[in-house]
Design a protein around this ligand. Structure first.
Ligand SMILES: *Cc1c(COP(=O)(O)O)cnc(C)c1O
Length: 431
């Protein structure tokens, strides 16, 4: 399949080019030239398939001209070696747990698939591929874990000083080898802006094989649509469904919109945000007004200028009325988020992380406003243990400990501290 840039729909590139290049030279975003339609028979028989079967089937639709079926099958099996269970928690609300991967957040799905795809596309090259990625917390860890140990690929991660949790930091800095962590004295938007500058810098373009691993890379977006199908597979009744997605850069939600276009019967999408509410505001007013990111408890969603908004507009031909017919937005405060964590724990014995709590609150709000709604599935984007130090202050109970985290704790840190200064980052990359 070919992909086009949202800024110049007539110029098309191959999947390989889009994945390795990440961002088109005209600064738009890559989109698939068409969205494949799944046969109704496949959808009706979804329960006969495993998650890996579903992932392969969908990936094959997008990639059949670019990767042979056997290699793609191996990539899928290797990337998705963990589960995504649907847990019924409350009346009409279920949680899709997307945190069973190695870094305990949903970004493992996109990052692991992308790493293997890039490795496949780059395997015959003599140069090193330089992956550059800005993270507000979870992306970097998932990308580091996804790429660690690959011979031909080097990863540089930029993260905002003092704005990621302790466990997140350990997941960024404990690797060494081909994974390099830069702690930037600035916020996430500053990190993202440094990465964007690097991609537009002629000298870096000239001397390095630069590529990105943010949610802007199409190879991260597509695998995120797989688990929407897998959620549907686990439902008892095949009715229409409402998904609620805790959102920051809106890659996850955009993947849901793509799943809907492929034929998954999604009735409605809920965009759950913290007070960084640029998209809920847009849905309300029709005006998209990026702003500075504000720091919150759900730090992976502290985004002032959500990059996938361009893709959402592209999917809907930039028609506000059509966008808001499919998506409702709710912004939530930290105070209400904490209340929701306490409430769900007390009433249901389930521990939400702050991001999922933002989703849960929004799902409850939607239910109140739409009493006859079909069931809602809230995407749980992270395990609560990732935010233990932030949650401890406000929460009187113990968070369950997955054994996975011991691989990060107490390892030496390999980070470099840098100012929010493009020249420093550039010199480092060229050194
Ligand atoms: C990245 C992240 C989000 C936001 O996802 P987007 O695709 O950027 O909207 C939400 N929750 C957690 C835990 C995350 O790591």
């Amino acid at each position: 399949m070919k992909l086009y840039s949202t800024k110049s729909p007539d110029k098309k590139v191959s999947f390989r080019e889009a994945v390795l290049q990440s961002l088109p030279p005209d600064n738009g975003l890559y989109m698939p030239e068409f969205i494949p339609q799944l046969e109704p028979d496949f959808l009706n028989r979804l329960e006969d398939y495993s998650f890996q079967d579903i992932a392969f089937k969908i990936a094959h639709y997008f990639l059949k001209d670019d990767i042979d079926a056997e290699s793609l099958g191996n990539i899928v099996v290797d990337a998705f070696n963990f589960s995504a269970p649907l847990i019924s928690v409350d009346e009409g609300i279920a949680i899709l747990e997307l945190f069973h991967g190695p870094t305990l957040a949903f970004k493992d799905f996109g990052a692991r698939f992308m790493a293997r795809l890039m490795n496949y596309f780059w395997k015959d090259s003599n140069d090193k591929l330089q992956i550059l990625v800005a993270t507000s917390g979870d992306t970097g860890g998932a990308v580091a874990a996804g790429f660690y140990g690959l011979d031909n690929i080097e990863v540089t991660i930029l993260y905002p000083q003092g704005k990621v949790s302790k466990l997140q930091e350990a997941q960024l800095t404990s690797w060494g080898d081909n994974i390099r962590a830069l702690e930037i004295k600035g916020d996430f938007d500053a990190c993202q802006s440094l990465v964007k500058q690097a991609f537009l810098d002629p000298e870096l373009q000239e001397s390095l094989q630069l590529s990105s691993a943010n949610s802007i890379n199409i190879a991260r977006l597509i695998p995120q649509s797989f688990y929407y199908f897998n959620a549907f597979r686990q439902l008892d009744a095949n009715s229409e469904i409402v998904f609620c997605v805790p959102s920051g850069n809106f890659g996850n939600l955009t993947a849901g919109l793509i799943a809907k276009r492929m034929g998954l019967p999604i009735r409605h999408m809920i965009a759950a945000t913290n007070i960084n509410d640029v998209i809920p505001q847009y849905l309300e007013t029709g005006i998209f007004k990026p702003s500075r990111a504000k720091q919150t408890l759900s730090n992976a969603m502290d985004i002032g200028n959500p990059s996938n908004f361009t893709r959402i507009l592209d999917l809907y031909g930039s028609t506000w009325n059509d966008v808001k017919a499919d998506i409702t937005g709710y912004p939530q405060t930290d105070e209400d988020t904490i209340k929701e964590i306490l409430y769900t724990h007390q009433k249901l014995g389930y521990v939400l992380d702050p991001h999922t709590a933002v989703g849960m609150l929004s799902a409850r709000q939607y239910k109140d406003e739409n009493p006859h709604s079909t069931d809602i599935i809230v995407l749980s984007t992270a395990h609560p243990i990732k935010f233990q130090s932030e949650m401890e202050k406000n929460i009187p109970f113990k968070i369950p400990h997955p054994t996975m985290i011991h691989q990060y704790i107490g390892k030496p840190s390999h980070k470099l501290v840098m100012d929010n200064d493009f020249k420093q980052v550039k010199d480092f990359l060229l050194s």
